[in-house]
Design a protein. Structure first.
Length: 339
């Protein structure tokens, strides 16, 4: 048996082929189910027990050598070669799929760039926060519904440690460590204990902004937001401010932008109102300034906040927020042009 194996091995080492088809025929001749190497494996059943170890090792080496020789012959004919037998380096290469930025990253960068032109810097803070930075310093009374566990993911109780529900916590950290003038935006991920649906998620992203200085007025806020709307949605965009309530701003407002799809005439995207709600804003409550060590009698300021997913859904006409988090390549490939 060992002599048969050695004889077949020498034969295989001298194999030659003049085409890829010929190499494939050699593979069938030696390695197929009824090939010569496979038949030797069938004969292995008749080998005496005291010779099985040596014969088995020789058979395995024969099979591996046969596979290597035939693969080398195939590789010779699979190369892109020129007429002179050399590789033609002028032939086009094999294209490889390229990645792209996530649509949320594209929108975040665009928002940051717009406010950077107005002198806003970027500040960031931790996602796991304490009660002071998320609620108390922002004028949330103890009985406020946002403190309820229905809305907030608490990591620990007494003292309260939680996943931040908004990036306003970074505003507090900035005001505690800096004195006016302060002009900064705060992009980041936030968490709320909400049922996941096409319009809501337990995790999403926000960009909030803060401007604190002497004699800052509501007119400054309105002009800043109008500039953002025109830069992001187009020069033809208009805004409107509706009275609202937030614990940390007074007065407070919700901002709508004219629908860029229908030009304000009304469509199913804007529910035939001609307007799309995109953010909340207002003048920083004096209690918040005082809590952070800023003299509210000398300084005033405004703040605003928007959801990046909300802006991205409007920009790209995406109807399901869950698509941003599912990592579906078919969805992400649509944004390659956004590089």
């Amino acid at each position: 048996m060992l002599n048969k194996i050695e004889s077949l091995l020498q034969e295989i080492k001298s194999l030659k082929a003049d085409s890829a088809d010929a190499a494939e025929q050699l593979r069938i001749k030696y390695l197929s189910k009824k090939g010569r190497v496979s038949l030797l494996f069938e004969e292995f059943k008749t080998v005496p027990a005291d010779q099985k170890k040596a014969v088995g090792m020789a058979l395995n080496q024969l099979k591996k050598s046969t596979q290597d020789v035939i693969q080398q012959l195939k590789d010779t004919f699979n190369r892109d070669e020129g007429a002179n037998g050399q590789i033609d380096y002028t032939l086009p290469g094999t294209s490889r799929p390229i990645g792209s930025r996530h649509p949320l990253a594209v929108v975040r960068n665009e928002i940051v760039d717009i406010f950077a032109r107005l002198g806003f810097t970027v500040s960031e803070g931790p996602e796991v926060e304490d009660d002071w930075h998320v609620f108390s310093a922002l004028n949330f009374p103890p009985e406020h519904p946002a403190r309820d566990m229905q809305d907030t993911f608490f990591v620990n109780k007494d003292p309260d440690v939680l996943l931040r529900t908004h990036t306003s916590s970074v505003q507090v950290r900035v005001m505690e460590t800096q004195q006016p003038p302060i002009r900064s935006i705060f992009p980041g991920r936030v968490f709320r204990n909400e049922a996941i649906s096409a319009r809501a998620h337990c995790m999403f992203h926000q960009v909030e902004g803060l401007y604190v200085d002497e004699k800052v007025s509501f007119a400054d806020l309105k002009q800043t937001l109008l500039y953002f709307a025109k830069e992001f949605f187009g020069e033809q965009s208009e805004i409107r401010l509706r009275p609202s309530y937030f614990p940390f701003t007074e007065p407070s407002a919700e901002m709508d932008v004219s629908c860029s799809i229908c030009g304000g005439k009304g469509c199913n995207v804007c529910k035939y109102t001609g307007w799309l709600e995109i953010l909340g804003c207002g003048m920083v409550d004096p209690n918040v300034l005082d809590s952070c060590g800023i003299d509210s009698k000398k300084y005033s300021g405004f703040a605003f906040g928007m959801g990046i997913e909300r802006i991205a859904m409007l920009k790209y006409q995406i109807k399901d927020i869950r698509l941003f988090f599912e990592n579906d390549v078919r969805f992400l490939e649509q944004f390659k042009s956004a590089l």
